[in-house]
Design a protein around this ligand. Structure first.
Ligand SMILES: Nc1nc2c(ncn2[C@@H]2O[C@H](COP(=O)(O)OP(=O)(O)OP(=O)(O)O)[C@@H](O)[C@H]2O)c(=O)[nH]1
Ligand SMILES: [Mg+2]
Length: 346
């Protein structure tokens, strides 16, 4: 599950990446593509951990990929290499610069950068779509597939992202094997100067981002880096001074996690309180397989206590007494926040 940090040179991607991962990749222009695993902050895991006082607490994780922006050119075009790096990602976080970067001549213009990035992605997708249509004509390809690609072409020619098409007009099964950038989930992070750290995304920009079917949030990478470097006790006071309730980074990571359609189920006990990552819609038996293949193979049933129910009764035993423990079979669709015990036999 890879989330790519993308955007133009000097927008603050590496600064965000370092702060999230605790790594120390050099900032400033260029560099290599870097991967870093990031814990997904989850207040539910914190609460469960306070109750069980386990030896180990494990959060869900996602991988972020820091992709260097391109330099040297005034034009905002993306090279083949950059496009390939971006295509490797399952979801995209576009970091827009909204601070004065002394190393860059141009003033910040996040709205223009958003349009430039979107246009690049539309053009890259159009190229793929047109090539498929052309080849399809020669091959007498499946008419349903060709109709889907015609729809893609019309959508892209209007400058609209493929992600704006719902499953009803567009059957994505027909697009297997094609990577369309404007169909990737997109989160736009407005990287603001320190003074504007607590201000949200300006209305006009927020509207445009919503139009593109993307999520939006504002942060100041410098401020986030500073927060991360403080002792936990000092963090709260610093956040309060800034008028923030939590680090924007926590929200950023959680939003990226949700963007991938990922949810967590939990296992609890004195040894470990742990979040496990699954795609929304995963059934109990496959979910058990995330923990161990034996649990999937020998699956008998899952004992499920939804997080809210657990907190209401204070323990699995009390929830069970109240008749709120769910006994579920292999086809049960696991919900976000389910606390699970798997019964199995191998
Ligand atoms: N004032 C201010 N400067 C920032 C902020 N975020 C990043 N910078 C600075 O901007 C410069 C570029 O930041 P990077 O994180 O390297 O940017 P990048 O997007 O990774 O750049 P490339 O990898 O070259 O595309 C560095 O000097 C950072 O210190 C911010 O929120 N405020
Ligand atoms: Mg960088």
């Amino acid at each position: 599950m890879k989330v790519g940090l993308v955007g133009f040179a000097g927008s603050g991607k590496t600064t965000v990446f370092n702060t999230m991962t605790g790594l120390d990749v050099p900032t400033g222009f260029g560099g290599d593509v870097r991967l870093g695993r990031v814990s997904v902050p989850d207040a539910r895991i914190d609460a469960l951990s306070r109750i069980f006082k386990p030896r180990k607490t494990t959060y869900a994780e996602i991988t972020f990929c820091d992709i260097p922006g391109e330099h040297g050119a005034d034009r905002k075009g993306l090279s083949r290499k950059a496009l390939q790096q971006i295509r490797d990602q399952e979801a995209l976080c576009l970091v827009l610069r909204d601070f004065v970067n002394p190393a860059l001549e141009s003033d910040p213009d996040p709205a223009a950068d958003l349009e430039a990035f979107h246009t690049e992605c539309v053009l890259a997708d159009l190229e793929i779509v047109e090539r498929r249509l052309e080849r399809g004509k020669k091959e007498k390809a499946d008419p349903l597939e060709m109709a889907a690609f015609e729809l893609l072409r019309a959508t892209l020619e209007e400058g609209r992202p493929v992600r704006s098409l719902t499953a009803e007009p567009l059957n994505r099964d027909l697009l297997r094997g094609y990577v369309l950038l404007t169909d990737r989930p997109l989160l736009v992070a407005l990287n603001r100067s320190e003074e504007k750290a607590a201000e949200g995304v300006p209305a006009a920009l927020a509207t445009r981002i919503a139009e593109l079917g993307a999520g939006a949030l504002a942060l100041s990478a410098h401020v986030e880096a500073e927060i991360a470097s403080l002792e936990p006790a000092d963090q709260a006071a610093f956040l309060e001074d800034l008028g923030l309730s939590e680090p924007a980074l926590s929200r950023f990571i959680r939003t990226a996690y949700g963007l991938l359609d990922l949810i967590s189920f939990f296992t609890v006990g004195e040894d470990e309180v742990r979040a496990w990552t699954i795609r929304r819609g995963t059934r109990a038996r496959q979910a058990a397989g995330r923990i161990h293949s034996d649990l999937e193979r020998g699956f008998i049933r899952a004992e499920v206590t939804p997080y809210e129910v657990f907190m209401q009764y204070g323990s699995e035993a009390a929830a069970k007494e109240a008749g709120r423990l769910q006994l579920e079979g292999k086809d049960y669709v696991v919900a976000d926040g389910d606390i699970m015990s798997i019964r199995f036999n191998v």
